[in-house]
Structure formats: structure tokens, C-alpha cells
Design a protein around this ligand. Structure first.
Ligand code: ADP
Ligand code: MG
Ligand code: MG
Length: 883
């Protein structure tokens, strides 16, 4: 097969549709070349080669060597330079590039093709000795790091010493002779550390680098990134070999990165950073502080050094034209790398830019309004899970704050937590339930797990496109980067700023939207749901079929849910109401009663309380359906567990401590999940369900009389396995309804249905639907009972299960569509066959998970029910599922 695809110089063997084969970078380089943009010529070795390389024991087949030789010939032909030629040497970069971008995860080597002979040719050809030797020393340094995997600290140290010895502060102050000496020193370091001389043969250099790029696919940090982002290890990476262009050839040269719109706010303004007389990775590495791209951005930041727009107006104009071309061509915001070599502009990369949720909304809405994309495309483009960032509180603007420093607003949102100074500690403390802010001078790919564990990230160095900023935005973590006034010592675990100290464990607050860093915690306010968010949600509501309800059991949660657009309550768990300190005593009296009469006495005390609970919910949800689940947990959950509580509880309940202890012992179960709970409570103590049903109907009529709008109660019987169970309980509920309707002289509409959360119920759904007017799939329990896995005990092994691909994702987070899903499908089919208009919904964790929602759309449920804060996520996911 073919493994090498050329681009540049009027040739493009591939295009943007070939991401799987060429990787994102390679596909887009080919695409840019094909639409006439200035791309240095090169070729891509496909991801298929990466797979084969690993299959064949990390060896290259002979055939690919010939293909690569042709690729090099292509570059030579376009550039007129020759690889390894001492008079007119061709230099190349060797760049990784997977299907999806993995920022900073993979390795790249620049300036490859330099050796003791070609460096002279480069010096003569460019007329710039300093540049040639600077390139050579960069090359050795990178090659030693990436390909030979030598300790890069030694090389950095040699560079620092070279500067110090001469009294310089900047790399650029090193003259040609200084750099020659440094190259000698570097070569010595290579010999010493590697045991061999630095490779002088350019072909050896090339194959070494290609192997290293493939090798980086299996590096630890790449594996971690893949795990966090659900990227399969089988995809492999492509390798791009491309003619070097030089941003470090003096003051008419530069390198930069840009976004066609602001990736943080979504504002339609070019956004980027550049450095004069520098090479690509200098900007990203945060070695020198980069300059702004546009004059407006520079002025807004009150910065002095000229923007690119001011320093290089002509090239800037060309670049702006390229931005326009790219946005129109890709119909999306682009993230771009470019280099200017002696006033000539070159494009080195483009891809759809990572953006915050806020920016994603704004860009999607504006592009649709401008007709660049359709409204459906706008709806499809916003990641529902990312909305989470917007739905949470931001810092209260009026709350007092003790600002200790200001950095760049690198990733929006606010976070408070304990300061920690290394990724491992961050991970450990987060695992122990602590909220932490990861504080680093700058981050590197080794910090990823700590960034993931942290609530927010603070760095002292690096710009808006630094590693910390890019990764934090991708993860949705608030981040303040480049807070230059703070001195961070990871060793001493302390931040020193303006005569103050913040130590490990001290509370720190960061605001990634303003760049402020504050000592202590700061109060927060609810998010703003109008504007672009409201618009996109409206468009989403226009295309979705599934209704979205909320799991809520307090008027406050119901209000939050309604504000977020919930169309009813899908699950109101009544047991939460029983834990209330004031009424748990009555609950306990009920449990401790010797007979039905005693239970009824206690239940009579609970009735008015329960009625008030439901009235509060019905008022907020007026006119909307509210599914109320009758008591579900085993009764012993309401009794004390600690020896020292018994006396007090017994006294409050008016019984002897011994009686309480005996009753608690009686109620003890070996496996409460499968014990005396759900409908089994109703069967043994029907008076409990009777009281709850009465409370529901009395409250419903109260609210209907007060507001004129009757709620639609849906009374749900949990944990049903057989039709007979449901029939018995339905009779209890109907009797209560008739009694209340008779007393009040008014009827209201209501439904009685069941949760489908046991495999038997799913199998017998056809029969159960004869009595049940609705089904709500309780997929938490249905997952437990189908998989035979206890959710509370799964933590010990589920990680290994997911890692080894037994389940693709945690089945309690994302529905096991193949297994549990099949039971759901079957129950839907059988239920509908008996009762064509049966109402079908899902409650439980899965109701807010986009992948599970797509499944619910597929099997044709009527609604999903999610926690209040996930309602908008569910609305958008439901819309995307319908597209
Ligand atoms: P990453 O995926 O980490 O961004 P890249 O392969 O894009 O790695 O390269 C790292 C840096 O080197 C980028 O700034 C890029 O623009 C620059 N670069 C890569 N190839 C060349 C080249 N042929 N000429 C000049 N700069 C290059
Ligand atoms: Mg790049
Ligand atoms: Mg359940």
C-alpha cells in the first residue's frame, strides 16, 4: 500500500477529509496547499504506517524507505535545496499528528538535516552565520531530547552558563562564535550521555526522528491524554516531514499562533501572539513573553511592545486575508500556526480551534446568524457536556475579594481550593475529596493528571496559548496563566507575592475570566442564561423530540430546573423528605410501632408534612407533570447506626432503647439493595403508600384550587417485578384518590405507573403495562441488577474493567447500551404493544448523559429526566440526537 502523501508546490495527494489516514495536521496541510495558501512543501507518512510499525516490532518495511526517498525528492524539487548537501542544504521538520489534536502530547523535531558540513552551507546561503549556528544548536538540543531521550536539563544548563559567562540575559544576545562553542559543548554532552557521536548522516537523523514520533504515540503522557479523552490507542499517529521555514532570520522574521476568533469569549476578533526573530516552539514554550497580534488587543492590555499589525503591517494584512479564507473554507473558527521568513508568510498548521463553552455558543450563534452555517449545524457544534462550565456559579462581583495578583484570563470560570504545588499531590488530595488549585511556574504534559484533578490552575509564566491555557480550556478548568508578579517555589511549596505568602493547603481563589488571583474563598452567583445561551437553547428546543424533565424533590431544585427549561419532574424521591430532622422522629415511631394501628398514628403525623412537600413542588411545577416515587429505601436506613445514638433516638421516639436496638437488629439485611425495599414495603405496609398517595392528591387539589392550574401527578411504584405487585399498589393509590376526591368534591387527572428497574419487569413489561400507565426506566438499579454489580462497591474493579475494554465506559455514567439497553428496548416494545400510548421516560444518572440520551431518542422514549443543573445539557443532547 501507499504510505507517503505529498503536499506543497502545487501537489496535494490528500485533503481535509483524510484525517484518519494523514492525521489532522497532515490532512489540513494538504488542504491548505490545495486551496493555494503558502505551505512549505512536505509529505505525510500515514497512520497506517504507525500501526504497521508497531505490528512489526518497531521496524520500517523496505518499501516505505523508497517512498520516503520520493517524498524528500519532492521537497528538494520544490525548494531547489538538497537534503544533506553542504552548499545548499535542505532542512526539514519532523512533526507528529494524530487524527485529533493532542496538544503538546507528541514530539516534533525542527531543523533536521544540519550537521558540521551543512551548517556552513546554511550560513553562507543565508549570509547569516549566527542564524545558522543558532539553528544547529537548537537542532542538537531537540534531537537529544526527543530522539535520543537524553536529559534535557544538561543542555539547558549549558545554555544558561554560556549566557551567564558572557553577561547576557537573552538567548538572542549570543553571537555566532558563542553558538559555535555551545554546539561543541552540546556535541560533547551527547557523546558523554549517549556514548556515541551526534549523528552526522542526515538520513540517519531523519529515520531516528520518524521512529521517535511513532514512539511518542506510546509515551506515558500520550497514554494518559488518550485515556482522559477517550482516544483509542489503535489510531496511531502520522508523521509530517516538511521543509523548514525560518522565523529566526532576523527582525523581518517572526513566528506566531493565532485564532480567527477569541477562543475564550468567542468574540469575532483575531486573536493571537507572535515573537519576532524566533522559532515556532518559542511561543508555545513561554520562553519569551510573546507580543500581541493586533493593535486593539495590545492597547486593551495596555502593553508596550508593538503588535504584529503595527510592526509588520504588510504581512499582517496577508495573514488577515488567510484567516478569512480559512474561516470561510472550513466554516469554523481556526487555530493557526504561521511563520514569517524575511517578510514572506508561511502557514504551518490549521485546525478547528479549541474553545470554551462560552466561546462555542457565541461562535455557533454568530456564524448561523451570518449564514456561514445553518442553525442545525450550530446546534450540532456545541458539546452538551461543555455547557456544564456555564451552568455553574461565577464569582459574586459584589463579594469582597483580597486580590493578590493578576495574570491572564486563560480559561474562564471561577474556582476556589487549597493551593498545591505538584500534580501528584493535586491528584491525591482530589481523590480524598479536597478541592485544590494547582499552582505551577508553568505546566507541561507531565502535569495533565494534576490539572484534571484540580478545580483550577494558576501559572506564573506563559501566555494565552501556553500549555496550561490550552489544556485548561480543553478540560473546562478555570485557569489564570502568566501571573508574572508571583514567585512560585515548587520545592518550598510557597507562592511569594508582594511580601505575602500562600502555602500548600491555604485557600486560593482564581477567576479565569478576569485573571484575578485572590487569597481565601470568594462568594459566587448564579450563571446568566440569556444571550447566546438562550438563543442556542431555543434552536435546540426547535429540533428536539424528547421532552426533558428534572429529578428534583424540593421547591428550590424544582425552580432551578424550571429556570433551566425542565418540562416537569421525572423523579421526585420521597425518602429524602423523611430525613428532615423534625420529622424523622415520626418516621422512626412508624417503624418502631408494634402494629398497623401504631403505624397509622405515626403516619397521621407525617401526612400534613408530606402534603406540604408536594404542594411546594406542585406550585413551582404548575401545569406540568410531576412523577412522585413512593417510598423506596429499606426502613433501617432511617434508624441510627451508631451505638451512642440509640439512647437519644429512643427517648425522642418514646420507646425503650432496648426496643430500638432489637428492631434495628431485626431490620438488618445482608443485601439491602435486594432486600425489603420499594414495592415490597408497600405490600407489607400498605398504609405507608396510602398516606403518601393521600398527601399527593390533597396537595394537588389544594394547588389546583389556589392557582387554578392543576398539576398532573404521576404516582410511581418502585422496584416492581410482577404485574400483581403493581395491581395491589394501584388499588391502594386509586382508593386514596377516590377518598380524597369524595371529601373535596373535586377530581384531578393522575396516572399510576412503575419504574422498570429489574430485569423481570423489563421482560414482563407487556403484562405490567396492562396496569401501568407509564414506565420510568430506573437505569441506576436496572444497571445494578442486570450487570449484577453493586454501584456502591464497584469502585474497586470498575476502573480495571474500563481500562481493559470490558465496558467501554463506566456503565453507571453512560448506559450500557448493548446489555441494559437491550432490556430497555424490549420493555419499550412490549409495553407499547399492550398500551400504545404508554408514557415512557428514563430517570437516574443516565438521563443527563449525552450518549445515553442519544439511545433514548433511538428507542423512542417520551422524555429523559436529569438533575436540575444538567437539564440544559439534556436539552441540547436531545436536539443533537434528533438531528
Ligand atoms: P505541536 O503539535 O506540538 O504544535 P508542531 O509539529 O505543530 O507541534 O510543531 C511545533 C512548532 O514548530 C510549531 O510552532 C510549528 O509551527 C513549528 N514548526 C513545525 N514545522 C515547521 C517548519 N517546517 N518550519 C518552521 N516551523 C515549524
Ligand atoms: Mg502545532
Ligand atoms: Mg431504584
Amino acid at each position: 500500500g501507499q504510505y507517503v502523501y505529498r503536499f506543497g508546490g502545487g501537489v496535494s495527494d490528500g485533503g481535509k477529509g483524510d484525517k484518519n489516514l494523514l492525521g489532522g495536521k497532515g490532512a489540513n496541510l494538504a488542504e491548505m496547499a490545495s486551496i493555494g495558501l503558502p505551505v512549505p512543501p512536505g509529505f505525510t507518512i500515514s497512520t497506517a504506517m504507525c500501526t504497521r510499525y508497531y505490528d512489526e516490532g518497531e521496524q520500517f518495511p523496505e518499501s516505505v524507505r523508497a517512498e520516503v526517498a520520493n517524498g524528500i525528492a519532492h521537497i528538494e524539487e520544490v525548494t531547489g535545496k538538497r537534503f544533506g548537501d553542504p552548499t545548499s542544504p535542505l532542512l526539514v521538520s519532523v512533526r507528529s499528528g494524530a487524527r485529533v489534536s493532542m496538544p503538546g502530547m507528541m514530539d516534533t523535531v525542527l531543523n533536521l538535516g544540519l550537521n558540521d558540513a551543512t551548517v556552513e552551507g546554511l550560513a553562507k546561503g543565508s549570509g547569516d552565520e549566527r542564524f545558522a549556528w543558532d539553528s544547529y544548536r537548537r537542532f542538537i538540543q531537540m534531537y537529544a531530547d526527543v530522539v535520543l531521550e537524553l536529559d534535557h536539563g544538561a543542555f539547558e544548563e549549558a545554555l544558561e552558563i554560556a549566557k551567564e559567562d558572557r553577561g547576557y540575559t537573552l538567548d538572542t544576545e549570543l553571537a555566532a562564535d558563542d553558538l559555535k562553542a555551545l554546539v561543541d559543548e552540546y556535541k560533547g554532552l551527547v557523546r558523554q550521555e549517549w556514548g556515541k557521536d551526534f549523528p552526522q548522516d542526515v538520513h540517519d537523523q531523519l529515520w531516528g526522528a520518524v521512529g521517535a514520533v511513532f514512539g511518542s504515540w506510546q509515551s506515558e503522557r500520550a497514554k494518559v491524554y488518550r485515556r482522559l479523552n477517550d482516544i483509542p490507542g489503535t489510531w496511531g499517529t502520522a508523521v509530517n516531514v516538511q521543509a523548514m521555514v525560518f522565523g529566526n532570520m532576523g527582525d523581518t522574521s517572526a513566528t506566531g499562533v493565532a485564532f480567527t476568533r477569541d477562543p475564550s469569549t468567542g468574540e469575532n476578533a483575531y486573536y493571537g501572539e507572535f515573537l519576532i526573530n524566533a522559532q515556532g516552539e518559542d511561543v508555545v514554550a513561554g520562553i519569551r513573553t510573546p507580543q500581541y497580534l493586533t493593535r486593539a488587543a495590545r492597547e486593551a492590555a495596555g502593553a508596550k511592545p508593538a503588535s504584529m499589525e503595527e510592526a509588520m503591517p504588510e504581512v499582517y494584512g496577508q495573514l488577515a486575508d488567510v484567516f478569512q479564507t480559512l474561516e470561510r473554507h472550513y466554516r469554523d473558527m481556526q487555530d493557526i500556526e504561521f511563520t514569517v521568513e524575511q517578510t514572506k508568510l508561511w502557514m504551518l498548521q490549521t485546525r478547528s480551534g479549541k474553545r470554551t463553552a462560552k466561546a462555542a455558543l457565541k461562535i455557533a450563534v454568530e456564524m448561523a446568524n451570518d449564514g456561514l452555517i445553518t442553525r442545525e449545524e450550530a446546534v450540532a457544534r456545541v458539546d452538551p457536556a461543555a455547557l456544564d462550565q456555564l451552568l455553574h456559579p461565577a464569582l459574586d462581583p459584589d463579594a469582597p475579594r483580597d486580590v493578590i495578583a493578576k495574570g491572564l484570563p486563560a480559561s474562564p470560570g471561577a474556582a476556589s481550593g487549597k493551593a498545591v504545588f505538584d500534580a501528584d499531590t493535586a491528584e491525591k488530595m482530589a481523590a480524598a475529596g479536597e478541592e485544590v488549585i494547582l499552582v505551577r511556574t508553568e505546566t507541561s504534559p507531565e502535569d495533565i493528571h494534576g490539572m484534571h484533578a484540580a478545580k483550577g490552575i494558576l501559572t506564573a509564566r506563559g501566555g494565552m496559548t501556553s500549555h496550561a491555557a490550552v489544556v485548561a480550556r480543553g478540560m473546562g478548568r478555570p485557569c489564570v496563566s502568566g501571573a508574572g508578579s508571583v514567585a512560585i517555589s515548587a520545592k518550598d511549596k510557597v507562592i511569594r507575592v508582594a511580601g505575602r505568602e500562600v502555602r500548600e493547603g491555604d485557600i486560593l481563589t482564581i477567576d479565569g475570566s478576569t485573571g484575578e488571583v485572590m487569597a481565601g474563598a470568594v462568594a459566587t452567583v448564579q450563571p446568566e442564561l440569556a444571550g447566546d445561551f438562550g438563543t442556542l437553547m431555543e434552536w435546540a428546543d426547535g429540533v428536539r423530540r424528547l421532552k426533558v424533565r428534572a429529578n428534583a424533590e424540593t421547591p428550590h431544585d424544582c425552580q432551578v430546573a424550571r429556570d433551566f427549561g425542565a418540562e416537569g419532574v421525572g423523579l421526585c424521591r420521597t425518602e429524602h423528605m423523611f430525613f428532615d430532622a423534625a420529622r424523622i422522629t415520626s418516621v422512626r415511631q412508624m417503624i418502631l410501632a408494634e402494629d398497623e394501628k401504631g403505624r397509622r398514628t405515626a403516619l397521621d403525623k407525617l401526612l400534613p408534612e408530606q402534603r406540604a412537600d408536594f404542594a411546594g413542588i406542585f406550585e413551582v411545577m404548575a401545569g406540568l407533570p410531576v412523577t412522585i416515587r413512593l417510598l423506596d429505601p429499606p426502613l433501617h436506613e432511617f434508624l441510627p447506626h451508631e451505638e451512642n445514638e440509640f439512647a437519644e433516638v429512643a427517648a425522642a421516639a418514646g420507646v425503650d432503647a432496648e426496643v430500638l436496638k432489637r428492631r434495628a437488629a431485626e431490620l438488618h439485611e445482608f443485601n439491602p439493595m435486594l432486600g425489603h425495599r420499594g414495592v415490597r414495603l408497600g405490600v407489607t405496609y400498605p398504609e405507608i403508600y396510602e398516606m403518601q398517595a393521600r398527601a399527593i392528591f390533597e396537595a394537588a387539589i389544594d394547588v389546583a384550587e389556589k392557582s387554578g392550574e392543576a398539576p398532573i401527578p404521576e404516582v410511581m411504584i418502585p422496584l416492581v417485578a410482577t404485574k400483581r405487585e403493581l395491581d395491589l399498589m394501584k388499588a391502594v393509590v386509586d382508593r386514596a384518590a377516590q377518598a380524597v376526591f369524595g371529601e373535596r368534591g373535586r377530581e384531578i387527572e393522575y396516572l399510576v405507573g412503575t419504574m422498570i428497574e429489574l430485569p423481570r419487569a423489563a421482560l414482563k413489561a407487556g403484562e405490567i403495562a396492562e396496569s401501568g400507565e407509564f414506565f420510568s426506566f430506573g437505569t441506576n438499579d436496572l444497571t445494578q441488577t442486570t450487570l449484577g454489580v453493586s454501584r456502591d462497591d464497584a469502585a474497586r474493579f470498575l476502573g480495571a474493567y474500563v481500562e481493559q475494554g470490558i465496558y467501554a465506559k463506566d456503565p453507571f455514567v453512560s448506559l450500557d447500551v448493548e446489555g441494559v439497553g437491550e432490556l430497555v428496548e424490549l420493555a419499550v416494545e412490549r409495553g407499547r404493544k399492550t398500551r400504545p400510548d404508554i408514557k415512557l421516560g428514563i430517570c437516574g444518572e443516565h438521563g443527563g448523559d449525552p450518549a445515553s440520551i442519544a439511545f433514548c431518542e433511538k428507542v423512542g422514549l417520551n422524555y429523559v429526566s436529569a438533575s436540575p443543573y444538567r437539564v440544559p445539557i439534556a436539552r441540547l443532547a436531545a436536539a443533537q440526537a434528533a438531528l
